[in-house]
Design a protein around this ligand. Sequence first.
Ligand code: VGL
Ligand code: ZN
Length: 259
Amino acid sequence: IFNQSGDGSMSKAEFAYCWNNWVKKIVRPVSAFIVVDVQNDFISGSLSISKCSAGHNGEEVVPAINKLVETVPFNVYAYSLDWHPADHLSFVDNVHLRKFHASSKIQDPSRVKEMDTVVFEGPPMTEQRLWPRHCVQNSWGAEFHKDLKVPKGSIFVYKGLDSFVESYSTFYDNLKQHETKLKSELFKREVMDVYVCGLATDVCVASTAFHAQELGFRTILIDDCSRGIDMEAINEAKAQIIEDHGLVVNSSEVKALVQ
Ligand code: VGL
Ligand code: ZN
């Protein structure tokens, strides 16, 4: 069944054969579905993907994610929420609350704009990309999209609660000083495969996928259940996931991988 080209590569069909006939019979991997930040502000609110990106519409992930929830028997479901206090350092309108570090290219608070990167003096000293005010705790923008299906028993992971530290990944803050409960919840349930999707592909989804790989989970990014901001950054993130032995798949391929 192996290809005879001699270059050692494996076709999708060959991989599927080995997976279904050998590997799956030996290990039945525990799977987790991780849905990142499918919240109003990233869809139709202040930071909406459709406003900030290469023609992307964040809303499109909702039916695609719901279909997987209804048709694929994942063992574990986790949903993250960007959940910022009003004085969070990532909001462009909060720069007046902080001092720039001497190394910051921008020093004049009246000249900053969305998407600029600055360095705050801290503590902790930290590089920060500035975003419109978004996902403020308990606001409408921080709520899940109204149509998003969330199964009973799902794990909810709140992130970005520290006013002074950014947190893109669902596992750790950007300075890796604290971890959320996600790692311990997944370890406790002996999860092996992590399926990641949501918003935004090149920011919180990518960051979550990289940390999942670092933690040793087999990591699968579901492309059509994710939308991002910058096309080049999206492609770089996908390439890195693949280079680190992860998969980038479409949702139509997921059921066969999980079962
Ligand atoms: C995100 C920017 C700021 C995300 C969160 O969920 O991708 N992006 N905060
Ligand atoms: Zn945020």
